[in-house]
Structures are given as structure tokens and as C-alpha cells.
Ligand binder design. Sequence first.
Ligand code: 6PG
Length: 251
Amino acid sequence: MGASIVRPELRVFPTAEDLAQGAARFIVDQAQEAEQARGVVTLALSGGNTPRATYERLAAPPARDAMPWAITQVFFSDERFVPLDSPQSNYHLAWQTLLSHVPMSPRFVHAVETTGISPQEAAILYQQGIRRVFRVGLTEVPRFDLILLGLGPDGHTASLFPGTAALHELDALVVPNHVPKFESWRITFTYTLINAARVVAFLVEGAGKAEMVQRVLAGDPHLPASRVQPNGGKLVWLLDQAAAAELGEAH
Ligand code: 6PG
């Protein structure tokens, strides 16, 4: 198995609480760097359960007051094709734990539209919205300042699941992806968009993910997360000790 092509930076925190605090601080640091460099922050939030604790820390002092919310554009690296008020929605998670508690314009929160349209239309609309905010044409790939990703027990990330069509998409920035194991549709960033980011950060917590973390960092080609290899950008893993338990001393 080939190791990760891009040398990842690992930040291992003793406990889940330290990880949540450390990840919130990391997001603030990346945002402040982007503010200094370009006067705008483009951030894509990950979904699932892991980021909840980080979002809650980011929604409270000191992190909340250090974030440049007024110039931060928030997107979602993937979304379940459910109503935005569904407990299954990644937007819903972020709204409840973070976005409804911070001083940012609703115009800068870019949820995936999932009502009254097809998954295909939702992906096209989302992609158009990303291009509009980044002010890029059809041939340029937007460079997010920071894309947060989770890691699933099967090695998926965003909604790039093993054996699904989205893994083979090389041109689009966002695609609909049918996930047979959930018998549901997802809307997901593609590798093309993810790997164009300035910084991609996996946020992974708990002993249950330790084996998968080790396999992805070893470059297991069967795992979708292994193909997250930023082109010229930084790859960071934000882990608690439990999720890093199978990495040995080398990391
Ligand atoms: C989603 C996520 C997905 C998630 C992983 C980990 O929509 O579910 O984007 O990629 O990050 O499945 O989920 P947990 O944090 O719940 O383990």
C-alpha cells in the first residue's frame, strides 16, 4: 500500500474535549490567516456527529470572539438529501450548534437546497453557488481556505463512499451521490474540489476510528479518504489519542 502522497500534519490531543478545543482553535487560526492574506474566509464544514463538540466550542468564547465571522463564507463539504430542519441534516447540526450562535450574515451561510428539487438539480445549484461566491468561471477550481472532513467506519469521507459513482467524478465540483447502504441520496464535494483547498483537515475522534485512521494514513487505496491529497495545499489530521492509538510512534 502506498503511503499518503502528501505528508500529513498530525495534531493529536489527549482527550475528546482537548480535541474539540484544539480543533476550534485550529479553525480560528486558519480563518485569521485567510483574513490577513485575502480579507475573506472560505470554510466548508463537515457533517456527522464528531464535529458537534468542536462547533459548540467555536460558538463560545474565546474562539467565537476570535473568528472573523463578518467575512467568513460557510459551505458544507457534504449534505444528506433531507429537509434542512431534519435532524439528519448537516446544515441542521451546524445551525443548532454553531451558526445560530455567531454574528454572521445569513447570506454567508450556504446550505444545500434540498426541497422541491432533485439531487441532480441540488448539486448543480450548489456548484453554481460556490462558483458565484468564489467568482470563478467554469474552468477554474475554487480554492477553499479550509475544508473540514470526517472519516466514516468504512473509510468514506464527505459523502464519498466506497463503491459509489462520486469516487470517479473528475470534473464537477459537487455531485449527487446515491449511497446504496443508506438507500439515500447525498450531495458531496468531489475530490477535484477537496484537493484544490489550501488546507484540508480531517477531524476524527474515538477508538472506533483508530484502525481506519491507520489504514488511511498508510495510503490504503481501497478507502475513499486515502484519495484526499491536496494539490499544493496542507493535509492536517486533528485526532484525539484514542483515534490515533494505532499510529505507533512514527507519527
Ligand atoms: C456525513 C459526513 C460523513 C461523516 C463521517 C463520520 O454526512 O455523515 O459528512 O462523512 O463525517 O461519516 O461521521 P461521524 O462523525 O458521525 O462518525
